[in-house]
Ligand binder design. Sequence first.
Ligand SMILES: NC(=O)c1ccc[n+]([C@@H]2O[C@H](COP(=O)([O-])OP(=O)(O)OC[C@H]3O[C@@H](n4cnc5c(N)ncnc54)[C@H](O)[C@@H]3O)[C@@H](O)[C@H]2O)c1
Length: 269
Amino acid sequence: MNNSLQGRRALVTGSLQGIGHAVALALAQEGCQIVLHGLGPQALQDSARQAVLAAGAPSALVYTHDVSDPGEIAKLMAEVLADGPLDILVNNAGIQHVAPLAEMPDAMWDKIIAVDLSSSFHTMKAAMPAMAARGYGRVVNISSAHGLVASVNKAPYVAAKFGLIGLSKVAALEYAAVGNRELGGVTVNCICPGLTETSILTAQIKARADASYGGDLDAGALDFLKEKQPSLRISKPAEIGQMVAWLCHPIAHNITGTAIPIDGGWTSQ
Ligand SMILES: NC(=O)c1ccc[n+]([C@@H]2O[C@H](COP(=O)([O-])OP(=O)(O)OC[C@H]3O[C@@H](n4cnc5c(N)ncnc54)[C@H](O)[C@@H]3O)[C@@H](O)[C@H]2O)c1
């Protein structure tokens, strides 16, 4: 069985920073060509590109399409697929807004559903038929512990992350019989991170620290961990990256339709 990712080409949405960037680095270390994507200034685009090349990617491009807009996603996918076959699709771009249901702005509901759920439908629809034709493909969708259990004040985020797991299971079933053990088949899985050290979390820790601990960020983080994550350890983005890379190997051909928590026991409670 060929277990190398050398020669594979991967698109990771939202990969200029945070978890997505760590996923891109992990795939680059395994020899994948990397298509980076995300919103951010030119300097961030350049440094993200240099980092994946330094990690071992034979090539790296950057796209900046806004995935809240289906028209922009269509352009993104047309450009990416025109450049060459896409073997690996990691839907990672995501946003969060914390507010009680009654105060959640309607526009925020629409935007979070668009970015955190609908964008994955559009990218998968565009990418998966060609994966099936080649007998190998990997879709890894970054859901959340909030795709498995709820918390207050996160209605659109939790709805989107639960929905992403459902979408992934349907696609997993539709493509389950494609390919064979040698080719690797086409699989679709979700990863469900718990508290992970990125800017999306830092903002929430800061809000908690300011509200209850006089701005002490360590105290805010520990409070968050005690409430949610029994290991009391925040995950590093690289730990999520390594799991994605492993799922992309042919040996994972029979792992499909799963939602894998990396959450220190959060969703076992
Ligand atoms: N950090 C955590 O604790 C945690 C936990 C569970 C799940 N997640 C999920 O992991 C994923 C990555 O989050 P992160 O923590 O690295 O956050 P992050 O804010 O550091 O990264 C999010 C990325 O998404 C991109 N993005 C956002 N909106 C976009 C849009 N409209 N168009 C194009 N790109 C857009 C951003 O440019 C950025 O690159 C998200 O889906 C998030 O929900 C994070």
